[in-house]
Design a binder for this molecule. Sequence first.
Ligand code: ADP
Ligand code: ZN
Length: 217
Amino acid sequence: MKAIILLGAPGVGKGTVAEAIRDTMGLTHLSTGDMLRAAVKAATPVGLKAESFMKRGELVPDEVILALVFDRIDRDGKDSAFLFDGFPRTSEQAKLLDEGLARREGAVDRVVLLEAPRDLCIERLCGRLTCRKCAAIYHARNHPPKNPGRCDLCGGEVVTRPDDKRETIENRLDVFKRQTEGLIALYDGRGLLARVNSAQPKEKTIADTLRALGGSK
Ligand code: ADP
Ligand code: ZN
């Protein structure tokens, strides 16, 4: 089983890059944020537990996340190659991911760290619009949907996420610094980390990510 991780602060562009490379590279995109939002929308037990954490921009407890991730991995089968977006986010999640992968004869193959200045992340998140149905990502100024409020891909409703407001954005960036940034040194130390500049135009960031993963372009 193959596992690639997209690491980076909120707003750096993980979701956008994942959307663009998953098909080219034949990867199964696993976004814990998207899975949690779907659970909240469907009011499942996981959704009910996660909602208050997400609203505040805090992390959902590790055990909830791990159950969600390995359920999905086991449903998709051992032969899949996964692209993790927004996971792992704590050193405990990273440890449990290693253990879970090892039990399934897999390991983390590569980690791409997307990097951009904090101000740029804030600007991207402040204008971000998300499809409620398929999770496609837009931006009010830089990349609006063709029909206002409607997803170009699926016609679903395009909205501002409840956590994409100024105070929550600041908190999510602080939470990243406090709880996730340590994973950079962890994966770098294992020789798995590739750094990609995500302050560039989207096409350039996508091409650099593909190159870092050996997926041409
Ligand atoms: P972003 O990276 O822009 O903050 P995500 O969609 O990845 O957006 O995550 C949104 C929220 O979902 C997070 O603020 C957190 O509450 C929750 N979440 C997502 N992934 C995880 C995770 N791996 N561990 C804990 N909480 C998570
Ligand atoms: Zn859509």
